[in-house]
Ligand binder design. Structure first.
Ligand code: AMP
Ligand code: ZN
Length: 466
């Protein structure tokens, strides 16, 4: 079965055919580390993680590169304003390096709890200044740049096909966005900074020498430079949120293709927004919710991951605590079911895969990552009586690494604390000798401690009263 993905660039679904047989080069834009991430950002990262797991499931090995933006992302999209990391440093009385380090660490901790697979290469913009300068030099040599008072800019009028990724629908938004804080020296509002000069009257913490003057890279150049360094001048898949289509990714293409004359990325994939009310969740809005905020309310990161799985990545998803509650209870029910399957199938050696259920599951994923559809197949297949316990177990082992919910690990019965275990054994012994009053007394004793017993064919199970 072939994996079909929607390509923003061609605006159509395409069969994935990697440049190198069986290895997919995947680049995903990472966070700007000046603040905590919100769960909206993580919707995009969960989508990218599902894509990566899915690629693996379809037999591809994946080389995944993600950047960390620790310099050059300015407060305005129009290359104006302050550097977000330097601004946060000034506000918090820390160095820019400390700010970047702190928020990178919190991002990586959150990622672990969400079960996001670590990228093969995690690269920082500040660690790749020479590569970015080299790329700007190549653009300069091809006559695609010009310098004005505050920096070196990309001349979009000299790059045919500029804006192809965004298409007509986005062109207007692009122009409107660029008009907001137009730099009058720029030749066109679409032109964007490759290298910004440090201001004469304000000392920056992060700045470097360059052939054009002391300064720092523009935000977009890092991704073109690092993607090409680690994945080659042309590679397979590049992802991000839909907000990156009209500016950041459009500019990444111009920089890379302007320098090499080769197609940069074959397939562009974009995740739709997580909404708060009717608005995109964003760092600057009041409805900014962090992973820690939902954990403080008793939800787990995996509950949120499950919520992300319930919507197709190209559809907007509205965040609410009611929706999260529904996701949590669905995940609990799924784990309960998994627990039963694990107990029923424990001692079986060979595990034949249920072919029909597996085909349906694969077909949903092959159809542009229809994860909600794949989830529905799982619920269907795992209903009691549909598959034998052994088949259910085999199916579970197949789907668990794709969803990344750790179903098998988290559903394994918790070992009872020793004192509880002792009482359960005493009660089993009482039942064996048919001393039911003694067995009942122990059951009541355990109930008093919040432990409920259930007698099954596989033996006595226990759980904490919910
Ligand atoms: P940033 O740190 O702003 O560059 O964002 C990191 C990633 O999160 C980018 O890929 C954005 O497209 C994505 N993103 C930002 N806001 C949202 C949102 N509300 N829903 C989904 N993805 C988002
Ligand atoms: Zn990027």
């Amino acid at each position: 079965m072939q994996l079909v993905l929607y390509n923003t660039l061609s605006r159509s679904q395409e069969v994935l055919k990697p440049l190198r047989p069986s290895e997919v080069g995947l680049y995903t834009c990472g966070p700007t580390v000046y603040n905590f991430l919100h769960v909206g950002n993580y919707r995009t990262y969960v989508f990218e993680d599902l894509l990566r797991r899915c690629l693996r499931y379809f037999g591809f090995s994946v080389r995944h590169v993600m950047n960390i933006t620790d310099v050059g992302h300015l407060t305005s999209q129009a290359d104006e304003g302050e550097d977000k990391v330097e601004l946060a440093a000034a506000q918090q009385g820390k160095t820019a390096w400390e700010i970047a380090e702190f928020y990178t660490r919190t991002f990586l901790e959150d990622s672990k709890r969400l079960n996001l697979l670590a990228p093969d290469v995690l690269c920082r913009a500040t660690g790749h200044i020479p590569e970015q300068i080299e790329l700007i030099k190549r653009l300069e040599a091809r006559g695609l740049t010009y310098a004005i008072a505050d920096g070196v800019y990309f001349d979009t009028s000299r790059f045919p096909g500029y804006g192809r990724l965004a298409g007509a629908a986005h062109q207007e938004g692009l122009k409107a966005g660029a008009r907001v804080e137009a730099n009058l020296e720029k030749r066109s509002p679409n032109d964007f900074a490759l290298w910004k000069f440090s201001s004469k009257d304000k000392k920056r913490q992060m700045e470097w020498e360059s052939p054009w003057g002391r300064g720092f890279p523009g935000w977009h150049i890092e991704c073109s430079a690092m993607a090409m360094k680690y994945l080659g001048e042309s590679f397979d898949i590049h992802c991000g949120g839909v907000d990156h289509i009209p500016i950041h990714h459009t500019n990444e293409i111009a920089q890379a293709e302007g320098a090499t004359g080769k197609p940069f990325v074959r397939c562009w994939m974009h995740a739709e927004f997580l909404l708060m009310g009717k608005e995109k969740m964003a760092k600057s809005f009041g409805g900014f919710i962090r992973l820690q905020d939902i954990e403080a309310k008793g939800f787990s990161a995996l509950d949120y991951r499950y919520l992300c799985l319930t919507a197709h990545y190209r559809k907007q998803l509205e965040f609410s605590f009611d929706a999260l509650e529904a996701a949590r209870s669905a995940l609990r029910r799924l784990r309960d079911r998994v627990r039963v399957i694990l107990m029923e199938s424990e001692s079986v050696g060979t595990r034949p895969l249920p072919a029909a259920a597996r085909e349906r599951f694969r077909a949903r994923l092959a159809d542009d990552l229809d994860v909600p559809g794949a989830l529905a197949c799982i619920w269907d297949a795992l209903r009691p009586g549909v598959l034998t316990p052994v088949e259910s177990r085999a199916f579970l082992e197949e789907i668990d690494p794709v969803l990344g919910l750790d179903l098998i690990q988290t559903a394994r019965p918790e070992a009872a604390p020793p004192n509880i275990e002792r009482l359960i054994r005493q009660r089993d012994a009482a039942r064996d000798r048919k001393d039911f009053p003694a067995a009942d007394a122990i059951r009541r004793e355990l109930e008093g401690r919040g432990i409920v017993l259930e007698d099954t064919q596989q033996g006595t199970r226990w759980k904490r009263r919910s």
